[in-house]
Write a protein that binds this ligand. Structure first.
Ligand code: RIB
Ligand code: CA
Length: 317
């Protein structure tokens, strides 16, 4: 039986790859994609999500506009990482389908309360939508089946400040609300995802299939790889968000450990820093299952093969 999934995003290149992986995976019933501000402004993100679901051949897959700005912090986008429009060098036809009328926060609440014990919420953006959903309807904490979050940097440098990872830095107050909510959270941090690299070699393999899907991935990833090479010296791009999505149907890819995790929300110097109580000194019960290892090689094989399948469905030659 397929997992019913709500995917909360800020598309963004790797968010877009997560959307494509969800639509290419028979194990997943994608109920909807909600969008918040992050990698690019909200309206760009909504536009990108609509065009990506259309690229995958499912233009009617509902996309929901969510909260535009962080709860308290000033807005922060990442044009250097994802390009001004949010998809690197890729350009997609504009979908004729508009975003859903329902707000993204209300969709998250509706899906979880209408399907108690069934919904897996995959959150790969700043957690503003998720935090406000909890505040608006606290019952979702008990009703949600599982929450998989890509965010935080615990024992490595951040990718946005020396200490903080982007999703948690953009809205640390939202992250704090979610981390301390009691939701059943699996946390996939930058510690792990920084090493999950999509390489040019894999993209060249995908380009053997002449398709708008492979062209999109190649054009988006070309920008993303250039950024990772310049900024981190990586020989590929970290595909953080599809890795989080894959944990829905392949939890065996991850090694996890229960941990109490907190986040800095006051000091400007350490804002957004995630702290793991690895020696249980705080006395607090664990609030996440932290991913401490990940089978990147197996995941990347799954990802590329499913992108090949998706590309084959829309082959042009
Ligand atoms: O730090 C990486 C995360 O921040 C990813 O989800 C990326 O898309 C950005 O949102
Ligand atoms: Ca993201």
């Amino acid at each position: 039986m397929a997992h019913r999934v709500v995917l909360d995003t800020d598309p963004g290149i790797d968010d877009s790859l997560a959307i494509l992986l969800a639509l290419a995976s028979p194990e997943i019933e994608l109920a909807g994609v909600s969008v918040t501000g992050g990698n690019c402004p909200l309206d760009n993100g909504v536009h990108n999500a609509l065009n990506v679901v259309a690229l995958a051949g499912q233009p009617e897959l509902p996309v929901y506009s969510g909260v535009a700005l962080p709860l308290l912090r000033p807005p922060l986008t990442a044009p250097e990482t994802h390009g001004d429009a949010g998809l690197g060098h890729a350009h997609l036809p504009t979908s004729e389908v508009p975003p859903a009328d329902e707000h993204g926060v209300d969709m998250i609440i509706r899906e979880i309360t209408a399907h108690p014990g069934e919904i897996t919420l995959v959150a790969v953006a700043p957690l503003t939508n998720v935090a406000l959903a909890i505040r608006k309807e606290p019952r979702i904490v008990e009703a949600v089946r599982h929450v998989i979050i890509m965010g935080g940097a615990l024992r490595v440098d951040g990718n946005t400040t020396p200490l903080a990872e982007f999703n948690f830095y953009v809205d640390p107050h939202a992250a704090s609300i979610v981390l301390h909510s009691g939701m059943p959270i699996t946390l996939l941090p930058w510690d792990i995802t920084k090493d999950i690299l999509l390489t040019q070699e894999a993209i060249d393999q995908l380009l053997q299939i002449s398709s708008p899907v492979s062209t999109f991935i190649a054009d988006a990833a070309r920008f993303y790889i250039d950024f990772h090479l310049t900024h981190f010296g990586f020989a590929g791009c970290s595909i953080n968000d599809p890795a989080a999505l894959a944990l829905v149907f392949r939890p065996d890819l991850a090694t996890i450990t229960p941990l109490f995790v907190d986040i800095e929300t006051t000091s400007e110097v350490t804002m957004g820093k995630t702290i793991g109580d690895f020696r249980n000194e705080s006395g607090h019960p664990h609030n996440v299952q932290l991913v401490t290892a990940f089978d990147s090689e197996s995941f990347l094989q799954i990802f590329v093969s499913r992108m090949e399948m998706l590309a084959d469905r829309t082959r042009t030659a």
